[in-house]
Design a protein around this ligand. Structure first.
Ligand code: FES
Length: 147
């Protein structure tokens, strides 16, 4: 059996939503304490519906980080923020038909970057949020979320 699923290879070789967003409403940057790789995610939010209308990402990470971030952006684009915050790295990995166990830590970057971008949007707009985001300081090891 191949090490990586067809979906992982597809999202690694043709990542969706890559790039920078100059007029982003929220920007999240997180680092993976396991490997030192970093990820930046940009979101555009419709304030009326609190929906993520656009999302982009850049990463200095491995192929698995690229594939999981690409899939994560597909899963949250057009979705309400409340739904995007429910996105777990496990759900992203499942949507990619799995990752080798030793690469699972790479998927944490995507989940944390989404949360950090939403937190940045909330901070910029004075919107209150719960403790699950308060602990998100860009260092995945300290986020307290079980991955
Ligand atoms: Fe660092 Fe994959 S090895 S994100």
């Amino acid at each position: 059996m191949a090490l990586y699923s067809d979906k992982v290879m597809d999202h690694f070789q043709n990542p969706r939503n890559v790039g920078k967003m100059d007029d982003a409403d929220g920007i999240g940057e997180v680092g993976n304490a396991r490997c030192g790789d970093i990820m930046r995610m940009y979101i555009k939010v419709d304030p009326e519906s609190q929906t993520i209308t656009d999302v982009k990402f850049n990463t200095f990470g491995c192929g698995s980080a690229i594939a999981t971030s690409s899939m994560a952006t597909e899963l949250i684009k057009g979705k309400p923020i409340s739904q995007a915050l429910q996105l777990s790295n496990k759900a992203v990995v499942e949507a990619l038909d799995g990752l080798p166990a030793y690469k699972l830590h790479c998927s944490v970057l995507a989940e944390e970057a989404v949360k950090a971008a939403v937190k940045d949007y909330y901070d910029k707009n004075g919107i209150a949020y719960g403790p699950e985001l308060q602990s998100c300081d860009g260092d995945c090891e300290s986020c307290g979320v079980e991955h």
